[in-house]
Design a protein around this ligand. Structure first.
Ligand code: NAD
Ligand code: 4TP
Length: 337
């Protein structure tokens, strides 16, 4: 792999499994052939995680992320953030550490924007704790789009080796979905998805499949009208622009083994329609990637897992998959290969 800049890895919720996963991913760096990454965190959080894990993980503070390349073989590189006022407790998410969680993300984005990091990989945040502290964004996806600047349309894609999915609406109540699902939004998200699959995933002519909103994709209008009024017009417009799109497909029958062979990505009207199949097929191999940003962002597909934080049993597989996907995307963008 060509020499790409290090990945900026955020700490996520300090009371969750993020700190432990940073250490475990670093411990597997050689077996997994990982590109260098640098954690953005107060040192005490990682020191505490090392003690808790009981493994030998030397931590090296770097003053510039470029130093991470030389450090990575022998120590976990860390860009030290200011310490939090509160001491994080494993298994408990707290609004008191929100400043650090948000600073880690904003610093990582800045490092991408000035070219010193090749991408951002985010550890999971506890959304409820951030909301309590006044965070106004539903999640990383929307926050990163705001940091990227006006006009940025972020598209959430979750991917593993068996399936790629895009939820066309994200963190909203189910009752809001029919109001927020529009033909224009479907068209825009499909175009962003197709462009990203070509550029970052090496799929020359991406095949898109759009799920219906209602049972049996509306059963010809007898179980809901959104397929006819919103989804079909979007599909027709996309086909006129030369995109390969099928749908609206009944959501219950589009995810079995043979059905998945007929498309490269499934776009679904609401969050759980998309995320249940992808997390069920391979939870630990899944990656959440934000398409449509001017920089690379990936993340594990799981959350903060407070119920197992600090116990040493969290699996780093999904974080490792996210680190590999970010490095692969950076390599493709650098070399065009
Ligand atoms: N990208 C993100 O920041 C992100 C993604 C998803 C959820 N979340 C947040 O995480 C919080 C908790 O969400 P949740 O409980 O729905 O999902 P979760 O993924 O945290 O946990 C679901 C189950 O999977 C297990 N699990 C998760 N990751 C694991 C790992 N690496 N190894 C072993 N077991 C693992 C947990 O122990 C739990 O039993 C919520 O606040 C949610 O908003 C954040
Ligand atoms: N919807 C995602 C999931 O359930 O896995 C997750 O909450 C991602 O949110 P971000 O926007 O924070 O990546």
């Amino acid at each position: 792999m060509s020499k790409i800049a290090p990945i900026a890895l955020t700490i996520g919720e300090p009371g969750g499994i993020g700190p432990e996963l940073c250490l475990k991913a670093w411990l597997r760096r050689k077996d997994e052939n990982l590109s260098p990454f640098c954690v953005l965190s107060p040192i005490t959080i990682l020191d505490h995680a090392v003690k808790q894990l009981g493994e030998n993980v030397p931590i090296k503070v770097v003053s510039d992320i470029s130093e991470a390349i030389a450090v990575f073989d022998n120590a976990l590189p860390v860009l030290a953030l200011d310490e939090c006022d509160a001491i994080p407790i494993s298994g408990t998410a707290s609004a008191n550490t929100a400043t650090v969680v948000i600073e880690s993300i904003t610093r990582a984005v800045k490092l991408c924007e000035d070219g010193s990091a090749c991408g951002v990989v985010t550890n999971p945040i506890q959304k409820s704790a951030l909301y309590e502290a006044g965070f106004k964004h539903p999640g990383h996806t929307e926050f990163l789009a705001e940091l990227a600047g006006p006009g940025t349309v972020p598209v959430m894609m979750l991917a593993n080796s068996k399936l790629r999915v895009v939820p066309l609406t994200i963190h909203i109540a189910l009752s809001e979905v029919p109001k927020q699902l529009t033909s224009d939004s479907i068209i825009e998200q499909c175009k962003i998805t197709a462009t990203a699959l070509q550029r970052d995933f090496g799929i020359t002519l991406p095949r898109l499949a759009i799920a219906g909103l209602n049972p049996h994709a509306g059963e010809n209008g007898s179980m809901g009208s959104e397929e006819k009024t919103i989804i079909e017009p979007a599909i027709n417009a996309l086909r006129k622009k030369g995109l390969d799109v099928i749908g609206p497909l009944p959501a219950d029958t589009m995810f079995h083994d043979e059905a998945r062979e007929s498309y490269d990505v499934a776009l679904c009207p609401y969050h759980d329609q998309a995320l249940i199949p992808v997390k069920t097929l391979d939870f630990h191999g899944g990656v959440n990637v934000t398409l449509g940003l001017p920089f690379i962002r990936t993340s594990p597909d799981h959350g903060t897992a407070l119920n197992i934080a600090g116990k040493g049993i969290a699996r780093p597989d999904s974080l490792i998959a996210a680190l590999k996907m970010a490095a692969d995307m950076a390599h493709k963008r650098l070399t065009g290969a």
